[in-house]
Design a protein around this ligand. Structure first.
Ligand code: SF4
Length: 244
């Protein structure tokens, strides 16, 4: 079992994506990711950070730098310190936090709050190993038009396991998204549980990915509503209000 790991940041902020948009969370951003999405806005997470930036007081942006790697005790005490201000939950994010699932499991056990996992939805064995210690899962479905690989099988295995807990799915869409791949994502969720909240996230243009038209967004929601119970359109709101 790993006892030290590399963390990029620990801070308090406002969730800007998905079903819990607007909720106050503590974000624990792990380094490392097994994917390379075209629209990635956290490429600093691919490599190990020499220092972890840690906020001392929730929301005050009074960061200090602590040398990596960090122990379970160090990380959990920093998180529990920020929890002096009531938060909705603690978000484990990245990168891909499940790349360090052994360590994440140990940290999660020490946290006195709801545990929320933000994941690219591909590492099913790792999810299975920690699912008992996680409360809410925010899972991406990555469409092939953004990737250099097809991930349907990985996503399906992952969602079957995630469905044992509260889970919602996010699908980023851009001008390049095609109807066929979008329908495949809908079918994948429908096969497992049509009640799972399905969030269409219009892309924030980046790295050559272009914004989707308003007409295309509403047509994609029409498509999903024919098969799924709860389909919402939510962009990345933290970028509008300049939050971390
Ligand atoms: S899964 Fe997330 S962190 Fe990894 S490359 Fe894609 S967007 Fe970036």
């Amino acid at each position: 079992m790993s006892k030290e790991t590399n963390v990029i940041e620990i801070f308090s902020s406002i969730q800007g994506e998905g079903k819990y948009v607007g909720c106050r969370q503590i974000f624990v951003r792990f380094s490392g990711c097994n994917l390379r999405c075209q629209y990635c806005d956290t490429i600093d997470s691919y490599n190990k950070a020499f220092y972890c930036k840690v906020e001392n007081t929730a929301g005050n942006r009074d960061f200090i730098e602590i040398e990596n790697p960090l122990s379970v005790v160090e990380i959990s005490s920093r998180i529990n310190n920020l929890l002096k201000l009531p938060h909705h939950s603690v978000s484990f994010t990245g990168g891909e936090p499940l790349c360090q699932s052994d360590f994440l499991k140990d940290v999660a056990k020490e946290i006195k709050s709801v545990k929320y996992l933000e994941t690219n939805g591909t590492l099913s064995k790792e999810l299975a190993s920690i699912i008992d210690d996680i409360d809410i899962i925010s899972m991406d479905i990555k469409l092939p038009s953004f990737m250099k690989q097809i991930l349907w099988r990985e996503h399906e295995e992952f969602l079957k396991i995630a469905n044992k807990k509260e889970v919602f799915v996010k699908v980023v869409v851009s001008a390049e998204t095609n109807e066929s791949e979008f329908k495949t994502a809908i079918s994948l969720v429908e096969r497992i549980n049509k009640k799972i909240t399905f969030i269409i996230q219009p892309i924030t243009p980046l790295n050559g990915c272009c914004a989707i038209s308003p007409e295309a967004v509403i047509q994609f929601q029409n498509l999903a509503l024919r098969s799924l119970d709860d389909v919402r359109v939510i962009p990345q709101t933290h970028k509008f209000i300049n939050q971390m």
